[in-house]
Design a protein. Structure first.
Length: 455
């Protein structure tokens, strides 16, 4: 069938016409009859090698983009053939000259723009703000030098290099998809900005309204004051150990706001291990910062975020399209471009370790951030080494500050000792059971502690 279609197409050629032929089926390029027909009519095959080659991948990638960005979600009713050709030509020029990185040599901009990379379309030119999305080559070289200078083990170096590749890929995916969205909506890209000083003033006003007559509230106030002073520290990894009921949530937010202001961080990411307290934490942040439910300053990203709102919209709206606000929230959840983000540990780890572009898209926005991990003692033992490598990379390579919050700080820097303690405790407990000796539970726990300390 394919051979017959090719022969029929060749019968329509005029004298001297020798076009380039392309097929999305790589096997066609290996069929003897297909090759014979091409040679007989002087056709040039679009692929330089047999089977699936990089040539074909690039061509298929372009056709996929063409359909996604130009054809889909658009009506051509009433558009003449000449009008359609003009629209397609405009898209091709934009794709060739403005969408693709200019350092690849595809652009026709002047010498002053040759160093720009992956710029978003804004009006008639490249939006300078959006060029921050893609890292210049010197940033990549600097990151490689940092990794080399850290004195890491061979395995850690490979892990860091893998994360660096994901970071670059994340920037590329985000720039590409945001650029396509700007082209489709004909809107200029505007990054989210925040006034940290204004949020600090709002938090201070809320804190002053709390009752300070009780002893516990006075202690909480002193803790907050210490966190304000600690916010002036340099970028790094810090612990915040506050007993239960000491106001750890607001104290960590206070530190993050002051630290972001002092060090120029872009956003604050609050990571919580328990889904049951994420909504409560987000509500607390909105209340003390004076943010309404539609404010784009704070983004809630977890499995139940927005479900109640979506249910209300489904009950009240007659349109088949989803609520515009919920649509914007979903887009924001893909990027993490908001100043303050409340999410879960599962979402955090999936973002870093995923191989999917949709998940990785927001990874690069963890750079230059304050990342707070609440209830860090709940981290599973078998993920401690992985977690340590990730937060070290984020701090040392991407210039993010990490804050580990807990009333009982775990031994994250000594994961093997922690695992060894639990293993020895389990062995000892099995020995007790094997002896079938009656014992008091409290006495057993005491014996476990003594023997673990002796070993």
């Amino acid at each position: 069938m394919a051979n017959g279609m090719l022969a029929d197409a060749c019968s329509t050629l005029k004298d001297g016409e020798k076009p380039i032929i392309h097929s999305d089926r790589g096997c066609h390029y290996r069929w003897p009859e297909w090759i014979r027909i091409c040679k007989e009519h002087g056709l040039t095959r679009s692929m330089s090698a047999k089977g699936c080659s990089p040539d074909n991948a690039a061509a298929e990638g372009f056709f996929g983009r063409l359909k996604q960005e130009f054809f889909h979600r658009r009506s051509f009713a009433g558009v003449s053939m000449d009008g359609f050709i003009d629209m397609l030509d405009d898209y091709m020029v934009w794709y060739r000259d403005k969408r693709i990185k200019t350092e690849f040599g595809h652009g026709h901009h002047g010498a002053s723009t040759q160093t720009r990379s992956c710029g978003m379309i804004g009006g008639d030119g490249i939006n300078d703000e959006s060029n921050k999305t893609a890292p210049p080559p010197e940033d990549i070289a600097c990151s490689l030098k940092k990794i080399k200078s850290l004195g890491l083990s061979k395995d850690s170096i490979y892990f860091y290099l893998g994360l660096l590749v994901k970071l670059i890929y994340s920037r590329l995916v985000d720039a590409d998809r945001t650029d396509a969205a700007c082209f489709e909506t004909r809107k200029q890209y505007r990054p989210n900005t925040v006034d940290w000083q204004n949020l600090i003033s709002r938090l201070d006003k809320s804190m002053r309204s709390f009752d300070s007559s009780s002893e516990i509230n006075r202690i909480r106030y002193q803790i907050n004051e210490q966190c304000c002073l600690a916010g002036a520290r340099e970028t790094g990894i810090y612990r915040l150990s506050i007993p239960t009921g000491g106001g750890k949530t607001l104290a960590s937010l206070n530190f993050a706001l002051h630290h972001a202001l002092k060090t120029g961080k872009c956003r604050i990411i609050y990571v919580i291990p328990y889904l049951s307290i994420t909504t409560q934490t987000a509500k607390t942040f909105r209340d003390v910062l004076g943010l309404n439910a539609d404010s784009d300053v704070l983004l809630e990203h977890y499995s139940t975020a927005g479900t109640q709102r979506s249910a209300d919209v489904a009950d009240n709206a007659s349109s088949e399209f989803e609520d515009a606000g919920e649509h914007q929230r979903k887009l924001a959840a893909e990027r993490w471009d908001n100043p303050i983000i409340v999410t879960t540990m599962v979402e955090f780890l999936e973002t870093v370790m995923s191989a999917r572009g949709t998940k990785l898209r927001k990874f690069h926005n963890m750079a230059d951030s304050v990342i707070i991990f609440d209830e860090i003692q709940s981290l599973p033992r078998d993920t401690i080494n992985l977690f340590n490598e990730i937060v070290s990379f984020l701090s040392k390579i991407t210039n993010s500050t990490i804050l580990l919050c807990s009333a009982t700080q775990p031994l994250l820097e000594k994961p093997n000792e922690r695992i060894c303690f639990f293993r020895k405790s389990l062995i000892l407990l099995l020995k007790w059971k094997a002896m079938k000796t009656s014992f008091d539970v409290q006495e057993l726990l005491l014996q476990l502690k003594i023997k673990a300390a002796m070993n």
